[in-house]
Design a protein around this ligand. Structure first.
Ligand SMILES: Nc1nc2c(c(=O)[nH]1)N[C@H]1C(S)=C(S)[C@@H](COP(=O)(O)OP(=O)(O)OC[C@H]3O[C@@H](n4cnc5c(=O)[nH]c(N)nc54)[C@H](O)[C@@H]3O)O[C@H]1N2
Ligand SMILES: Nc1nc2c(c(=O)[nH]1)N[C@H]1C(S)=C(S)[C@@H](COP(=O)(O)OP(=O)(O)OC[C@H]3O[C@@H](n4cnc5c(=O)[nH]c(N)nc54)[C@H](O)[C@@H]3O)O[C@H]1N2
Ligand code: SF4
Ligand SMILES: [Mo]
Length: 738
């Protein structure tokens, strides 16, 4: 079906539901707002400052917030559209209850919550407390993350609570704890400014953290050398001095070879290694055989480029290393992280000005959300749920005998597997869309269908929630007070600009009401988000993620506070490790020995090509928010298969031809986008879509043995040309809305 250019009216008629245009009745202009509320973007871990414009209790627009120190008013393509959600016609306005065979019908809050509590009681008395699980997410504020952790342990009384950071941050978290005893980027991005070398490993920053590129460019303007490690020549790689196009899954071999070069050429900080680290000898021994020719063979990166990277890194006076999911979404995610950290420690360039290291946290509260106890193995303050002292401390704060605190539970993917096996029978989810975001999604779908009872809390009906028995309408970022912790470790204030629309309630109100109905009301007597934060402060006190000295007032006054902040008169800690004291068993930073091992799947004659997955700039995560914003849909309407011309020619694949991608899990068709910016042995598909367009139907369920992160970055596949040309993006969009 081909279409001629159409008049504006026709476009609006076709795309109206997505475009949010023309303004619906009662959608006032942005000229005379009732209030201008400085808060943050709801999307990624940069948490850019933004001012929301409010009219008649609706968010109607935004202004830049130029005073906020990180982004200074700058926003990315998603940030400038984020305001369109509060008023969106798809907002859930009432609780919904499934009516067998007929879909959902509105329900009263009382009926919906009674049903939820009744089903929790029924399932737990028949099958034990752990048969009811909870899944949570780190788009939630610190307060809500803390509340979820307490709710699951004291109201639901289950050990099976985990969160979507399990798909995101956990390899970095585990690696950081191994090396530093603490899980936070060591520096603010201001330290990039005068770094001699900036090394960016496995992150497409220009698309995923666009406002961060400003700081990288500042470094470049001051003369920094930029090294980018990515199998694709991403936009930031195009501006790099050196792009190392690593074969997916081989990063630890690359960083190991660089470490070996540092040792061979004696580009080491011997004093730092001797006094402030342990484990160097074992780490060095592990890379002894990582010669440049071997590394070239394994990683696909020319030896000369590896040597060049080592020389720049080795000879620099100052440096900054950043990484994200490209090295972390692996069965060797933790190995990759610690092998990067080894390079930082070997050169002693940490804990001083313009010398830094950090994983870039992904989701809005990817940092704070992984500190306050909604991970299956964690208690607030980044405490360990299996450590007797940690348990005793939190039991004291919560006023319960320690044995009543559940133990370590299953991780996110394992929870779905346990549902599939029939061991877990009930589920409550908040802020998570596992049907789109977990790998091997056919298994996830089957699991959801086996649940005896499922309740989802969200502001949109996401694809997983379509399988729910009850859906409870919750709140957006701008509909509740709270705090988030940015990728820099800066705790900032999120402000309620409006109240939730219709009968929707704040997430907090929903959880508190459920806790009361489950008979735990006395433990949840919070009147405000600040009350929750004040309890969180005490619960985190003395933990590695210590928020005790942070108050709402101090955040306001200082425009954010960096944890750890142990006392009320402490200003916070923007740059870690200046004191040279690491919270590890020996007080030192740890090298880790990283022998090389392969990925969960390695190419073979049947599945010879590496499939890797990730993001595009205009879409966010499982897409439930950004697929509802027309202008973002227009920028990139459907998932494309990036493929190199050489591989395309070998397989007889044309640009825009529909290509069948086959993996051990199944097959799906995607239009080819023939590009020279990807390795010849690798194809890339972004993952923001459900159903037929979901690449997670094909991805592998292999997990890192330590962090339990899925290996989203390596599956093996074969490609089959179909001979059919994909309709143009516009035709696809028009068809979808017809
Ligand atoms: N636009 C947009 N921005 C986002 C998000 C979003 O969904 N959309 N999500 C946010 C979240 S939660 C996260 S976690 C971050 C993720 O941010 P990133 O980690 O930057 O994003 P990804 O696209 O997952 O992967 C980054 C890069 O890893 C590369 N890669 C693949 N395999 C390998 C490998 O084996 N080694 C190396 N070195 N690189 C590899 C890919 O080619 C890709 O360019 O983005 C955040 N920001
Ligand atoms: N193949 C592949 N898969 C991946 C990845 C990849 O690179 N490749 N990346 C992984 C990564 S890094 C991540 S982080 C995950 C993300 O995976 P998910 O966490 O499942 O993705 P989201 O789209 O954030 O889903 C969250 C849901 O929470 C809702 N939500 C957002 N904010 C709030 C809130 O404040 N309150 C409530 N009640 N609901 C809220 C949204 O509407 C959405 O429905 O995906 C992972 N999946
Ligand atoms: S960079 Fe992240 S936080 Fe900033 S505007 Fe874009 S999506 Fe929002
Ligand atoms: Mo993420």
């Amino acid at each position: 079906m081909s279409r001629l250019p159409v008049a504006a009216e026709q476009l609006i008629a076709e795309f109206g539901p997505h475009l949010n245009y023309p303004p619906r009745e009662g959608f006032p202009g942005r000229d005379q707002p009732d209030a201008v509320v400085p808060t943050h973007c709801c999307f990624c871990g940069m948490q850019c400052g933004i001012k929301l414009l409010v009219k008649d209790n609706r968010v109607v627009g935004f202004d830049p917030w130029e005073e906020f120190p990180f982004n200074e008013g700058r926003l990315c393509p998603k940030g400038v559209q984020r305001y369109l959600q509060n008023n969106h016609p798809d907002r859930l306005l009432h609780p919904l209850a499934r009516v067998e065979g007929r879909g959902f019908a509105p329900a009263s809050w009382d009926d919906a919550l009674d049903r939820v509590v009744g089903e929790i009681r029924r399932i737990q008395s028949a099958h034990g407390r752990d048969a009811f699980a909870m899944l949570s997410g780190v788009s939630l504020t610190n307060e809500k993350s803390y509340l979820v952790g307490k709710f699951a342990r004291l109201a639901l009384k289950t050990r099976n609570l985990d969160y979507n950071g399990r798909l995101c941050m956990v390899s970095a978290g585990a690696g950081n704890k191994k090396a530093f005893g603490l899980d936070r980027a060591s520096n603010t991005y201001a330290d990039l400014e005068r770094a001699d070398v900036v090394m960016i490993c496995g992150t497409n920053v220009s698309e995923t953290f666009p406002t961060l590129t400003h700081w990288i460019w500042r470094a470049r303007d001051a003369g920094a050398k930029l090294i980018v490690v990515d199998p694709r020549m991403t936009p930031i790689a195009r501006t790099a001095d050196l792009h190392l196009p690593v074969r997916p899954g081989r990063d630890s071999a690359l960083y190991g070879a660089i470490l070996r070069e540092l040792i061979v050429h004696d580009w080491l900080d011997h004093d730092f290694i001797a006094h402030h680290t342990s484990g160097f000898d074992a780490a060095a021994a592990a890379v002894e055989s990582f010669s440049l020719p071997w590394a070239e063979e394994v990683t696909g990166v020319p030896a000369a480029q590896i040597a060049q990277a080592a020389e720049w890194w080795g000879r620099a006076a100052t440096s900054f290393l950043l990484h994200a999911r490209g090295i972390e979404h692996h069965t060797k995610g933790v190995d990759n992280v610690v092998s990067c950290i080894n390079l930082v420690l070997a050169t002693g360039r940490i804990g001083k000005p313009y010398c830094g290291y950090g994983t870039i946290t992904g989701q809005g509260n990817g940092q704070g959300g992984r500190e306050h106890g909604h991970k299956c193995d964690q208690l607030p303050g980044n405490r360990d749920i299996e450590n007797p002292q940690h348990r005793a401390y939190i039991a004291g704060v919560w006023g319960i005998p320690e044995p009543e605190l559940p133990g370590k539970g299953l991780t996110a993917y394992e929870i779905l597997e346990a549902i599939h096996r029939g061991e877990i029978r009930g589920l409550v989810s908040i802020c998570f869309n596992p049907l789109v975001s977990l790998p091997n999604s056919e298994m996830v779908r089957e699991a959801l269908e086996k649940l005896e009872f499922y309740v989802a809390i969200d502001f949109f009906l996401n694809e997983t929630a379509r399988h729910a028995d009850i859906v409870l309408p919750g709140s957006l970022h701008e509909e509740e007070e709270g705090t988030v912790t940015t990728a820099e470790g800066r705790v900032t204030r999120v402000r309620a600009a409006v109240t939730p629309p219709g009968e929707a309630r704040t997430d907090t109100a929903i959880l508190l009401d459920l806790a009361r109905r489950l008979g735990a009301g006395d433990k949840f007597a919070f009147a405000t988000s600040e009350d929750i934060f004040n309890e969180l402060r005490v619960a985190s006190r003395g933990g590695t993620a210590d928020y005790y000295g942070i108050t709402y007032e101090k955040i306001e006054r200082q425009m954010g506070v960096f944890w750890p902040c142990p006392d009320l008169d402490h200003p916070g800690t923007p740059r870690l490790w200046e004191d040279r004291k690491w919270p590890t068993n020996d007080g030192k930073a740890h090298f880790n020995a990283v022998p090389f091992r392969g990925s969960g799947e390695v190419p073979d004659p049947e599945f010879p090509i590496i499939l890797t997955t990730g993001r595009v700039v205009s879409q966010y995560l499982s897409g439930t928010q950004t697929r509802r914003i027309g202008k973002l849909v227009d920028q990139y309407p459907e998932p494309l298969l990036e493929i190199h011309p050489v591989l395309a020619a070998r397989l007889g694949i044309r640009d825009r031809e529909l290509v069948r991608v086959v993996t051990r899990r199944g097959s799906a068709e995607f239009p080819a986008q023939v590009v020279t910016t990807i390795r010849e042995d690798t194809v890339f598909v972004p993952y923001h879509w459900p159903g037929r367009k979901s690449i997670n139907r094909l991805t592998s369920g292999h997990l890192d043995p330590v962090s339990k992160i899925p290996e989203f970055k390596v599956s093996t596949c074969r490609l089959e040309p179909t001979g059919r040309t994909a309709p143009s993006a516009r035709e696809t969009a028009a068809h979808a809305s017809a």
